[in-house]
Design a protein around this ligand. Sequence first.
Ligand code: T4K
Length: 375
Amino acid sequence: MNELNEPIFVTSPHLPPLDEFHEYLKDIWDRRWLTNNGLYHQKLEAALADFLGVKYLSLFSNGTLALVTALQALRITGEVITTPFSFVATTHSLWWNNIKPVFVDIESITYNLDPKKIEAAITPKTTAILPVHVYGNPCDVNKIKEIADNYGLKVIYDACHTFGVLIKGVPVLNFGDLSVMSFHATKVYNTFEGGAIVCHDEATKKRIDNLKNFGFIDETTVVTPGINAKMNEFQAAVGLLQLKYIENVVTQRKKITLEYRKRLSDIKGVNFIDDMNDVAHCYSYFPVFIDSKKYGRSRDELYEKLKMNNIFGRRYFYPLISQFPSYRGLDSAQPGEMRVAEKASREVICLPLFPTLRGCEIDRIVNTIQKFGNN
Ligand code: T4K
């Protein structure tokens, strides 16, 4: 296969130099401390909290278990208002806690939960809101706080797409009662698999740490039916090394994003999201939204065409979570209830975006899109 035809995937994980990792591995081997709050785990918790500008952070083995545990930590029950336009894990975390998801539509600038539609979905059983900063673009955190305060609701942000994102210089992770992160291989910052919960006080961190370790508070005392969601030393060592390179990673992602925007802006019917005012972004995804009337082809036709050219974009997020069999029977999941989300889900393709994406590959992607449409 020649260079012009090599597959291009939606992402390719950033990895630190292998020889640097060997040193960490040797140390782990020598000390034989592999998991359960080891040295690298402790170092990474401190380093991440510092880098992200948050007070308390608990590491997890992945983002999904962090979401499930975040709901446990705040003892959320009953109904929770959430977005259908996310990865399934967001809603699955409610299911695992026996909580009823109530889907609310998104708005069409950021594709995040629409605060104007939240109040109408609140019932006496509502205990929390679970919004997602989708594609790393912050939700309307102030409006959501106002609603939550008025109705006495907790707010848990699914912040799995954000890493180091700031609103007017303030870490987005500092909004809400808790924020949940993912460090999966496909994320801006990865520890192969991994995740975290960010909270704002020591007592909550303690409860979260107990919950991720079976509920133990000492050698013989179990205070709650916790789970095993601990990050191991291998993951934590990867995380420490990745942190050395993260600024460069985000810079590269931004460069590619700006290049895409420049090159795609003249193609009719191919829409994308611009940077938000006062926000420092992490450029985690590059979604384009295909207006088939203007572009002359449907999203799925373009998706298939890209695939034929060995370009593997992904339709994040299609189908909507509310359309999966486990959830489609809910009142809030009925077709027509979430028009903006339905449209976004019909139109979106996330284009390849990763630090090592080359100029010639961007050319291949943009040229394919350009030639295939009306333009
Ligand atoms: N909340 C939100 C909003 C999320 O987006 C996610 C995860 C979660 C919660 C849950 O967090 P975790 O429990 O995952 O920590 C991927 C990821 O598996 C998932 O983590 C992510 N969201 C979701 C948006 O995308 P898939 O099924 O699309 O992944 P996959 O395996 O098809 O990978 C996509 C492409 O990436 C591949 O075609 C090639 C490339 N790739 C992937 C892996 C795993 C690599 O080059 N190397 C790799 O190791 O779900």
